[in-house]
Ligand binder design. Structure first.
Ligand code: COA
Ligand code: AMP
Length: 633
């Protein structure tokens, strides 16, 4: 048995022993009563009774352990021409003082704080300060429009909101504060205070009595220590797209999260304390939570926080510059970033300008790594390129190639094998395991390992219904795929209405809810069409109400604007078209999957339940005119 197989076997034969051993990598104030409480399935709790502080583990213990001078965060911002290094000692001071500032605004253990920040170190400082106090943060990605921020404010009910005056997105200057003000106006929950980090290229107006200038507040605040919390106490809520307009508030606890993330840094990513790691994502996504902030700091390594894009800031050599300038050992990003680089610099000529001798591995996730991108990156970089599969819900990878244990051969199209702790199965719709090579629903046998979602915030019922009901005893991933004879998993895509745009997860259902609000629209369907750069893009088809005679193009433009203003620019909703009718089953269910197949030129079978098969021809024509699908031969 190889090293990976042995470790994996140990983790499924005796998960409690396995994770108790991993928990030794974390400093605890008091030990847990038991490793796993399985008394109330499907609500499993890891390390109940144990106390710790996540911020202590990510910051203070490294200072105490002799890493005060080591760089914790390298802030690299081509959009503001800044490079700043923050040592663990400095980070401790900043986090402790900002925690004091939050405490002065009444934030304490168990309170929630919403963070709406661009990619600046203060975003990480705010997250860690919450963890220090035992407060629960909820970071909202900056590309979401005020309406989405308002939904999250109302659901998370924060005492305080932390933001910045603005961001530079590529070449655009964005003022955040007006968006925050609109979101606060739109929400019914009232925040006690707003803390604004003023950036020098855009100044926010502060509302007296409610808003506080970050720097001024910090100047009059005292540093505070770490509050011990239970392993099972919440650390953060991260909202992610479900199948409706109401996102799911994934809840992560403190103990399991710290144990699992710390374990992955060496065992999955092969990163040791003191080494430089770069996750080119955004703190607003799960990858940013886990691998820009928590995991690298829990490991005592150095994390690069990059405020820029793979291309255009200033060019397709941006990633190579960061790797060479900061001696990065490994980079984690989404395949779409590499497709963007490949498009601008197909021969990889920019690589010649940089010394990448520090670079050992590229990790890709967020969407399937297509073979073209895989081979291009392997050829140009001459290092292993490792795909790995995970979800906001899981917090860390379900399937990957554990290079810190044993590097397995890469097979294109597969993220390799289940990580230790993950008993992954492929089942048919009736829950029966299918043969190797046959496609089905990917599920994970319960209990999930530590660090995964413990529930949905204030919605146990939706947690059970969304993930634990369809296949009793298993977590439903909503991804489909198959396992080959060697145990390699192939993830073929979502089985629900969630799509992946440039590694960002969005809900077509949420887009439909917005479009349906247009006064002229009778019904609509939004589905994902394959896109060479971004993986998928949303396409909308709509039917107008009887008596509406306006130009369909005009209505389509209004729908595009509505989605952009309501969800935000990252929805990338640019393609809508009027059709006379939509294909449906006889019971009235819109056949989105069939339309998706047509748009993506995939074989499909006309469903036997279809009301009128002739409509599929009309849809094919409409999609062809939009540039999707191919003519029937
Ligand atoms: N704040 C505000 N707006 C944002 C934003 C943010 N943080 N991030 C993106 N947007 C905006 C963009 O400016 C763009 O607006 P536009 O329609 O006015 O041009 C829109 O949202 C779409 O953004 P994006 O999908 O990122 O497209 P892009 O053309 O700007 O960049 C890529 C394309 C491929 C370079 C970019 O998507 C990328 O770097 N992807 C990597 C994704 C990633 O790291 N995912 C995390 C999971 S690991
Ligand atoms: P998110 O919650 O935003 O991380 O998105 C999770 C979804 O992205 C998964 O359910 C998958 O559909 C997709 N995904 C993420 N990583 C991969 C991967 N390596 N291969 C295939 N799909 C992936």
């Amino acid at each position: 048995m190889g090293e990976y197989a042995a470790v994996f076997q140990k983790s499924v034969d005796n998960p409690e022993q396995f994770w108790a051993d991993a928990a030794k990598g974390i400093s605890w104030y008091s030990p847990w009563e038991k490793v796993l409480d399985a008394s109330n399935p499907p609500f499993y709790r890891w390390f109940p009774g144990g106390t710790l502080n996540t911020c202590y583990n990510a910051v203070d213990r490294h200072v105490e352990g002799g890493r005060a001078e080591q760089t914790a965060i390298i802030y690299d911002s081509p959009v503001t021409s800044t490079v700043r290094r923050i040592s663990y000692g400095e980070l401790q001071g900043q986090v402790a003082t900002f925690a004091g500032a939050l405490a002065s605004l009444g934030v304490g253990k168990g309170d929630t704080v919403v963070i709406y920040m661009p990619m600046i170190p203060e975003a990480a400082v705010a997250m860690l300060a919450c963890a220090r106090l035992g407060a629960v943060h909820s970071v909202v990605f900056g590309g979401f429009a005020p309406h989405e921020l308002a939904i999250r404010i109302d659901h998370a009910q924060p005492k305080v909101l932390v933001t910045a005056s603005g961001a530079i997105e590529g070449k655009k200057v964005l003022a955040y504060k007006p968006m925050v003000d609109t979101a606060i106006e739109q929400s019914t929950h009232r925040v006690d205070g707003v803390v604004v980090f003023q950036r020098d290229f855009v100044t926010a107006e502060l509302q007296a009595g409610r808003d506080h200038d970050w720097q001024a507040l910090v100047a009059k605040s005292e540093p505070v220590g770490c509050t011990p919390v239970l392993a099972t106490d919440p650390l953060y809520i991260l909202y992610t797209s479900g199948t409706t307009g109401m996102p799911k508030g994934v809840l992560r606890d403190n103990g399991g999260h710290a144990v699992a993330l710390h374990w992955t840094m060496k065992n999955l990513y092969d990163i040791n304390p003191g080494e430089v790691w770069w996750s080119a994502s955004d703190v607003g996504w799960v990858v940013g939570h886990s691998y820009i902030v928590y995991a690298p700091l829990l490991q005592g390594s150095t994390t690069v926080l990059y405020e820029g894009k793979p291309v255009g800031t200033p060019d397709a050599g941006a990633f190579w510059r960061v790797i060479s300038e900061h001696r990065v050992k490994a980079l984690f990003t989404a395949p779409t970033a590499f497709r963007a680089i490949k498009k601008e610099d197909p021969n990889g000529e920019r690589l010649a300008d940089y010394d990448l001798s520090s670079f050992a591995c590229l990790y890709l996730a967020g969407e399937r790594t297509d073979p073209d991108t895989l081979h291009w990156a392997e050829n140009k970089l001459q290092v292993p390129v490792i795909d790995h599969w995970w979800q906001t819900e899981t917090g860390w990878a379900i399937v990957g190639n554990c290079r810190g244990i044993e590097e397995l051969p890469v097979k294109e199209g597969s993220p390799t094998k289940p990580l230790p702790g993950w008993d992954v199965r492929v089942v048919d719709d009736g829950g029966k395991e299918v043969a190797r090579g046959q496609e089905g629903n990917i599920v994970v046998k319960l209990p999930l390992p530590p660090g995964t979602l413990v529930t949905l915030w204030r919605n146990d019922e939706r947690f059970v219904k969304s993930y634990m009901t369809r296949f009793p005893g298993y977590y439903e991933t909503s991804d489909g795929g198959y396992m080959d004879a060697d145990g390699y998993l192939y993830v073929m895509g979502r089985m629900d209405d969630v799509i992946n745009i440039a590694g960002h997860r969005l809900s077509t259902g949420a887009m439909e809810e917005i479009i349906a609000n247009h006064p002229d629209v009778a019904e609509c369907a939004v589905f994902g069409a394959d896109d060479q750069l971004k993986g998928q893009l949303p396409v909308g088809l709509f039917v107008v109400k009887a008596g509406v005679s306006r130009d369909g193009g005009e209505i389509a433009a209004e729908l595009v604007k509505m989605v952009r203003e309501t969800i935000g620019p990252i929805a990338c909703f640019r393609d809508a078209r009027q059709v006379a009718r939509l294909p449906k089953t006889r019971s009235g269910k819109i056949l989105r999957g069939t339309m998706r197949s047509i748009a993506n030129s995939k074989e499909y079978r006309t469903p036997s339940t279809i009301d009128d098969p002739a409509i599929l021809g009309e849809i094919t024509d409409a999609l062809l005119q939009m540039g999707y699908g191919k003519k029937e031969s």
